[in-house]
Design a protein around this ligand. Structure first.
Ligand code: 5AD
Length: 367
């Protein structure tokens, strides 16, 4: 059965608007089943190392924006980063994510050298998440051995995108084009959006999910927008009014997006994100994992830096990476799932495409 975009959009919209708890169980079940059949029971861990909070950008939602004078800035040095990577490997984690703000101090050669060192010393996959960088930089890092790149497009609605991202002096390549370039360079490519940005409509969120599929993303990370009082969007809410068809930035909406993303991108690696765990410290991670997610990214940044990587006000515990990872492993085991071994890359299966192609068109038959 061949489906078209309009049918998919209708299906997604119906579910995004669904509020009935009983009916939503069908969605959770359908997502969980797709997850089990297409990516299995393994939960892959990715060690997140936040290497710099120094930023040249002015994104209206983000606490790391250059204009936030109240934030003390840091950049980890080579040895500190390598120590975190070695410690993460010793904890049995197969992927390290080097994430940073848009910091020109993270130069092309400096990052390339660290990537080469990690690939030489460890058997870990390396994911970079360093914002919008030049093709030359992305090529160099790929040649140095970087396996994956993660860059959220935040929203597929061009007007909303413009409203929350002040223009830059340099001409930006659009993030969506950049994602296509990343794929052509041979990176496993990841992206995602924030949920419940003021001005984000249900239709635009449905389009975001359709775009995940159209881009054939390998990794998809979504999480609720959390207001940060140190940003224009958090402090000057009137300047960013809601639209008539506003998506709420709630925990439930985040689960709906995770579940629908799993159904539409059955093979993707989908994390149960920190933003979710921030909204629900008690069982946000578990619910994400039971509603489509198959990845957790334990924060392995040294606590002194972690507290300064304040994208939004943090409520999650600032425990030592080792106890943090151990805690996460226990939580995964309590769900009857196992920790994934190896690098946990995306694996293509014909059966997943078939599963998507035979998906029911309406909420009535999702399970
Ligand atoms: N709430 C939730 N997510 C945020 N991000 C940035 N600021 C916020 C916020 N206030 C997310 C964006 C960005 C990533 C670094 O963090 O999606 O891509």
């Amino acid at each position: 059965m061949k489906k078209d975009r309009e049918e998919d959009r209708g299906f997604i919209l119906e579910w995004l608007r669904e509020e009935n708890t009983e009916r939503l169980r069908d969605l959770w079940r359908a997502a969980d089943r797709t997850r089990r059949e297409c990516v299995g029971e393994a939960v892959h861990l990715r060690a997140l190392v936040e290497i710099s909070n120094t930023c040249v950008r002015q994104c209206a939602y983000c606490g790391l924006r250059a204009g936030n004078a109240g934030l003390e800035r840091y950049r980890m040095n080579r040895e500190e980063i390598l120590r975190c990577v070695r410690d993460s490997e010793a904890l049995g984690i197969g992927t390290v994510v080097l994430q940073g703000a848009e910091d020109f101090g993270l130069s092309r050669e400096w990052i390339a050298d660290i990537v080469r060192q990690i690939k030489q010393e460890t058997s870990m996959a390396v994911t970079l998440s360093l914002g919008e960088r030049t093709i030359h930089e992305l090529e160099t890092w790929r040649d140095a051995g970087a396996d994956r790149y993660f860059l959220r497009f935040e929203t597929s609605d061009p007007d909303l995108y413009k409203r929350i991202h002040p223009p830059r002096r340099t001409r930006p390549i659009s993030r969506i084009r950049l994602l296509q370039r990343l794929k052509n360079l041979g990176y496993e490519t990841g992206s995602g959006v924030m949920i419940g940005i003021p001005g984000q409509s249900y239709t635009s969120l449905a389009n975001d999910i359709l775009l995940f599929r159209q881009l054939d993303l390998d990794m998809i990370g979504v999480g609720p927008w959390l207001p940060n009082p140190a940003t224009p969007m958090g402090a000057l809410r009137d300047m960013f009014p809601d639209c008539p068809d506003q998506v709420p930035n709630t925990e439930d909406m985040a689960y709906k997006v995770i579940a629908l993303t799993r159904i539409h991108c059955p093979e993707a690696n989908i994390p149960s994100t920190t933003a979710l765990a921030t909204l629900n410290a008690e069982n946000g991670y578990e619910r994400g994992l039971n509603r489509g997610a198959n990845v957790i990214m334990p924060n392995c940044t040294p606590a002194g830096y972690r507290r300064k990587y304040e994208i939004y006000p943090k409520k999650v515990l600032l425990s030592h990476p080792k106890s943090n990872v151990e805690g996460i492993c226990l939580r995964i085991a309590s769900l009857g799932r196992q920790i994934g071994r190896g690098q946990g890359q995306r694996i293509r299966h014909e059966k997943c495409e078939k599963r998507y192609a035979t998906l029911p068109m309406s909420t009535r038959g999702a399970a």
